[in-house]
Design a protein. Structure first.
Length: 278
């Protein structure tokens, strides 16, 4: 199945970079990459991408201002840690660091155990500072800490790529009644039942905010930290209301992600990931 979010990124980059008259080498590479993907992108995604690019373009006849605008579009790449900003650009003196989403279903994160544990620990520390005053809050946060510790213990020495047989055995264990998957869903909900108890709402909100922005991981002023959502509905700031809207329909699950075949045995490999998704 085609990744419509990625197609949306390519379409936006195509409609921006095609307008740049004197492309730098980086802009030429970005244009060629977007052009290569463009033919297979559905027409509705192409149309919306073009609309959004033109919507934020300068209204004046100043060609220099327009060229500056189109030239400001940049597709962010990982270079190690995957940024939350997919595309950044500048318009009217505002820098837009956009996380790109298309459709009603999308992943907020699908990271391996080690990275997920690190993010969850940062979010928990933030939640303790902000919401850890009451007795029930402290009990809830201690429960979350215990779940994170169980996850670390459960996947010790199995946090990266492992053989599929081992991954399936681990997944059978964590999916059993009362297992680690259910424990996570008690705290963060599932896609079918995203609602959580009030004592867990602060933690879920903070995790949703981090998954949407990356502010704890990269710092709020980093270009890798997203400030806006770009969707088929338009571009909106990642506000408290927007985070709450996503949080209300998001849920978590432990899952297997394919990692190809072992070069020696030819057997399939997987890694276990924590998927937080809408």
């Amino acid at each position: 199945m085609a990744n419509k979010g990625l197609q949306f990124e390519h379409a936006v980059m195509y409609h921006a970079t095609v307008m740049v008259d004197n492309k730098t080498s980086d802009q030429q590479v970005a244009f060629e990459k977007a052009s290569k993907a463009y033919a297979s992108i559905p027409s509705d995604i192409k149309t919306k991408a073009n609309e959004l690019v033109q919507q934020y373009a300068p209204r004046s006849t100043d060609l220099r201002a327009k060229q500056s605008y189109y030239s400001s579009f940049e597709k962010m790449s990982g270079g190690g840690e995957e940024p939350k900003t997919d595309i950044k650009f500048e318009s009217g003196g505002t820098k837009y660091r956009c996380s790109m989403k298309w459709g009603k279903s999308f992943q907020l994160t699908s990271a391996g155990i080690d990275k997920s544990a690190a993010v969850l620990e940062k979010v928990l520390k933030k939640t303790i500072k902000e919401c850890g005053g009451g007795r029930e809050d402290k009990q809830a946060l201690a429960h979350i800490q215990a779940i994170l510790e169980r996850m670390t213990e459960k996947f010790e020495n199995n946090t990266g790529t492992i053989m599929q047989s081992k991954a399936r055995a681990l997944m059978t264990d964590v999916r059993k009644t009362g297992g680690l998957n259910e424990q996570f869903q008690e705290v963060l909900g599932s896609r079918k039942k995203p609602h959580v108890a009030e004592v867990y709402e602060c933690f879920k909100y903070n995790l949703t905010h981090e998954c949407m922005t990356g502010a704890l991981q990269f710092g709020k002023n980093s270009d890798k930290t997203a400030t806006h959502l770009m969707t088929e509905s338009g571009i909106v700031p990642i506000s408290k209301a927007e985070v709450a809207k996503v949080m209300a329909v998001a849920g978590v699950r432990l899952a297997m992600k394919g990692r190809g075949r072992d070069k020696v045995t030819g057997l399939r490999r997987n890694c276990i990931v924590v998927r937080y998704e809408v």
